[in-house]
Design a protein around this ligand. Sequence first.
Ligand code: SF4
Length: 360
Amino acid sequence: MTAPINLLDLTPAEALGRLDDYMTATGEPAYRAAQVVRELWEKPAADFAEMTALPLSLRSALADRFAIPRLETIARQLSTDGTEKFLFRLPDGQEIETVAIPESGRLTLCISSQAGCALQCAFCATGRMGFQRNLAAWEIAAQVREMALLDPPTRVTNVVFMGMGEPMMNWSAVDRALTILNSPEGLGIGARHITVSTVGVLPGIIALGARPEQFRLAISIHAPSDELRRELMPVNVKYPLADVLAQAKLFDRRVTFEYVMLGGVNDAPEHASQLAALARSCRAFVNLIPLHEGGALEFTGTPPQRISSFARALREAGVEVALRKSRGRDIAAACGQLRVERLGRGVPRRPDQHSEVNVA
Ligand code: SF4
């Protein structure tokens, strides 16, 4: 017997094609195919048994031929600021994290693209785990799908690829996942509400720029000189700043620079003026990110006042800046932290055991 076809790993158009063929071959009415596709992403059903608009016999026949796998929720933590973190187990036992961040009527989901990461940025908990494997397209998109399957369902309005892994090192799956996220027959999230964040993997930036949709690009700069950046981010040896910036200039949409504030490391006034020059050269918007301590034991965050003066220096140099609020401090919401903590602790929380911990 052939293995069931995973409908979630196909784009909605491909899934429709497969199901159309199946309905024709089995003498079912053609409209049944579109009916099933609607329940993959738009109004997701947990499994074929839940597709109650279909006759029972068809549901069980579909379950023999096709699969719609789930991610298993093995831990779930709710912060006092409303940020919620999920630890999902993949079918082969790998674990990934997803963080849901509510803010002014939006819900941004920070999703993972790899289990672990090979890039070893000095301040990152995920980097310390090492690389386990790339996620399949469905495992990336299913992080959003699982939100719609919660009780009550949660509607995701924005997606950022800022969880575990470097998305551009898994471009073929990310490429397909972007189609599923954006397609009206998929999750229907507008391209301008989907941001792919990279440390500067050039082939990935080129590939994202070649897509016709207006997906957004964020580049993790984190250090405004090659010397410092090489220390913090080994990837800078392969993709030095000058090359990354040259590519950012060619990207036809506005780019965001991400800059994590590391106390005494990259937060001096000269760093602000170097960063301002880089941002101006690319007309980039700068996001300053307070460090999530706990994920990076050997670093301390820049104090809030110093972050404000760093931001002021950038603004005075003509750069648009946002200070990202640190969300979910009490639940270790930076990428990789929950998994690292859990591996250290050994005892997972049950999915129904939300933790309410006061923000320090
Ligand atoms: S910051 Fe991103 S690219 Fe760097 S090690 Fe962590 S997950 Fe990988």
